[in-house]
Design a protein around this ligand. Sequence first.
Ligand SMILES: Nc1ncnc2c1ncn2[C@@H]1O[C@H](COP(=O)(O)OP(=O)(O)OP(=O)(O)O)[C@@H](O)[C@H]1O
Ligand SMILES: [Mg+2]
Length: 332
Amino acid sequence: MIIKEIKINNFRSHKEYFLKFNKKTTMIVGENGCGKTSVLEAIYEGLRGKSFKATDKDILKRGEEFYRIELDYYDGEKTIVVYDGEKNKKTFQVQDKKFGRLPKKNKYPVVVFEPDDLNLIGASPNHKRTYFDRFFSQLSESYSNSLLKYNKALKQRNELLKRDFLKAEEVFSWNVMLAKYGTEILSFRKNKTDEINKIITETYRGIADNKDAVQFVYTTHTEAQESEYLQQLERCFEKDKILGHTSFGVHRDDFEFRFNEKEADGTASRGEIRSIILALKFIEAGMLEKEKNIKPLILLDDVFSELDEKRQKCLVRNFKDNQVIITSVKEA
Ligand SMILES: Nc1ncnc2c1ncn2[C@@H]1O[C@H](COP(=O)(O)OP(=O)(O)OP(=O)(O)O)[C@@H](O)[C@H]1O
Ligand SMILES: [Mg+2]
């Protein structure tokens, strides 16, 4: 699916906005704050069902009652998203059918590259987990479901842990859920991390043109077996009651980048880090394409100008067959 045009109303600062896209590359150039990122956010929402950065309430233009996004594709299809602020309700219209959420078959793979991604290597475990969870959720609907259910169970267990005189059996059903979905999440993360790790050095060398080695490592203290996972949660009960939250589980995992066998954060130079992140983006796009059998849409928010000419060329070459939408700042 290739996007032909977008129409948006009451989305962030845009009262009414319209833009036509090229089949290959489109540049959106404008001053700071003119609403470039918002356009990418609206495109993402039309293709993935929700924003990559905020809630609908944040997005709705201040003082307005609804927002609307319409995406028209070159093949004649269209997706319309309408958010009603008063009811806090969103509807998706795909061709003539209406849905409460974007159907799986109408979701389209998207790779977003924003300036903050360049800080991923030194980011907190929480930030890295959010990043890779979003990517893995695009790869697999079942991973996305496991994550949703895990987070719900975690929230419930944590709420109970704050109560006085809580007995171990009262959290048992949540332990069972956490063990079930936790082990599913763990095994998916392990598989995908291995897959990324197998190709990251080669991809990196294609960009940096040298002999450095990059490793991508998943660090977890949890158990691969559901029964052991469950036992560990039970063992942590007394400690968790004192802490008031769940101390064991995949919500504490981390991802690490290594550069020539050492932690990349603190070792790799700024340029090397840029190449590692670029390699990661190429890998993301490649894995999504392999899984979904379609070329993902590439959204480059303000990063093209952050890269030197060599890396820019590499990026253009790598995504020559994808639809690419680039934003860039024009100084006032
Ligand atoms: N809900 C909202 N209602 C009205 N305005 C909003 C809302 N949310 C954000 N804005 C404003 O929308 C403007 C557009 O922001 P956006 O991030 O899209 O601009 P940008 O062109 O990407 O800027 P930059 O070049 O600095 O990245 C900002 O001025 C912001 O304050
Ligand atoms: Mg922006």
